[in-house]
Design a binder for this molecule. Structure first.
Ligand code: PLP
Length: 401
């Protein structure tokens, strides 16, 4: 249909989450009658724990179906504050919490609240593509910092981060327990990041989407570091921990003033988050945690199988990260052996020849100058052990032929 619209200039800067594009290609391949092994999307094929779904049904029957306060029901705000004080040693109360329809909206609402056009924002690249999209959509300048391979896992390139700070840098986005590389800060990294934030008076978004997807030991938040609580907003989500991606529930936590403004954005955007889902979330936090441990156990088994199988392929090497459900194997030699120079051609050929669907480095930001190694991203959150075994066996045969 022809139409009369002319689009606002900012639309040209709006990016997408390109993993969804890969999902579309995988769906088309499956629709053509092919077997697909889905390693592309950070979604879980595990059920939300039953006590949570029951709580949601109960809440609907109890009439929790009207609007709530823009920032969420008091009970959930207080429960989240308590959860943070217990797990992250913060000093929050309910006023420090604005419930959101997912973790993702925290990114744009945080930027809209603190970023002026022209402000420089440091963000991880490779990283969750929505950071770059939202920074640029709202007129900021996206300044990337990378990750580097360490002994046993990727770490953030804090030297690069430090060098990228200028007098125009206002905001720092950190995604410790990182999508896509699974990079995890050491205690020293957390200290250095916080010191830089304080020294340069940066406002910080701590994206902790994977804080609870940690296999051995507990996660530690950068919010614990001196000077961080007053300058940070934390992105919290129920999506991954409780296998609730489609419920769309998360929260922004931070100083009362900024949370009040984020609450005003809630009124302007969605009025409030889905009412009965908030009551179910209360059960998620306070109810039986065994199903959450079971989810972690399942994910860990999948991780180990994937890592073992990937490291058994010529020209591929992969760390065994202790958190998230992503793997970021170095495939430089394998890609060269197969004669591919672009990621797009490589992953399309993998899909066509093997049915294995995955993302590549190029889906997580423009590669940085000097980057020479090639990486793919596999998510093991949406695929059973048997399918992992079958799919990665085909992947090995393909790469080694
Ligand atoms: N942040 C990161 C790093 C993510 O990977 C995701 C989802 O994949 C999100 C935020 C948003 O998740 P949700 O909106 O489901 O809470």
């Amino acid at each position: 249909m022809t139409h009369v619209f002319t689009f606002a200039d900012r639309v040209a800067n709006l990016g997408v989450e390109t993993a969804f594009v890969v999902a579309g290609q995988a769906a088309a391949h499956a629709a053509a009658g092919n077997r697909v092994y889905p390693f592309h999307l950070g979604d879980l094929n595990l059920a939300t724990p039953e006590h949570i779904t029951e709580a949601a049904c109960r809440a609907i029957k109890d009439g929790k179906t009207g609007y709530t306060a823009n920032v969420g029901i008091v009970e959930l705000r207080e429960a989240l504050a308590k959860e943070f004080n217990r797990t992250r040693n913060t000093s929050y109360s309910g006023v420090n919490v604005a419930v959101q329809p997912g973790g993702k909206p925290v990114i744009s609402k945080f930027l809209l609240t603190v970023m002026n056009p022209g402000d420089e924002v440091l963000y991880p690249n490779p990283g969750f593509p929505i950071y770059e999209s939202q920074i640029e959509f709202h007129g900021g300048v996206a300044v990337p910092y990378g990750t580097v391979p360490g002994e046993t896992n990727f770490t953030f390139d804090i030297n690069q981060l430090e060098q990228a700070i200028t007098s125009k840098t206002k905001i720092l986005i950190v995604n410790d327990l990182h999508n896509p590389t699974s990079a995890e800060c050491s205690a020293e990294d957390r200290r250095r990041i916080a010191e830089l934030a304080v020294e340069h008076n940066l406002m910080v978004l701590l994206d902790e989407a994977y804080f609870d997807i940690h296999y051995d030991g507990q996660s530690t938040s950068i919010i614990n570091e001196p000077g961080m609580e007053e300058r940070s907003v934390v992105l919290y989500t129920f999506s991954k921990r409780f296998a609730m991606t489609g419920w769309r529930l998360g929260a922004a936590l931070g100083p009362e003033d900024i949370i009040a403004i984020i609450g005003k954005l809630n009124v302007n955007d969605e009025s409030c988050t889905n009412h009965f889902v908030q009551w179910a979330a209360l059960d998620a936090l306070s109810g039986d945690q065994q199903p959450v441990l079971d989810i972690l156990d399942t994910l860990k088994q999948r991780r180990d199988l994937c890592v073992d199988m990937l490291n058994d392929i010529d020209g591929v090497s992969c760390f065994r990260p202790n958190a998230t459900f992503y793997l970021w194997p170095d495939v430089t030699e394998a890609m060269t052996n197969k004669g591919f120079s672009t990621y797009q051609d490589f992953i399309e050929d993998i899909l066509q020849q093997t049915g294995v669907s995955m993302c590549a480095r190029s889906h997580f930001g423009t590669p940085l100058p000097g980057e020479s190694r090639k990486y793919l991203r596999l998510a093991y959150s949406g695929i059973e052990l048997a399918a992992i075994e079958e799919g990665l066996a085909k992947f090995k045969t393909y790469l080694e032929s």
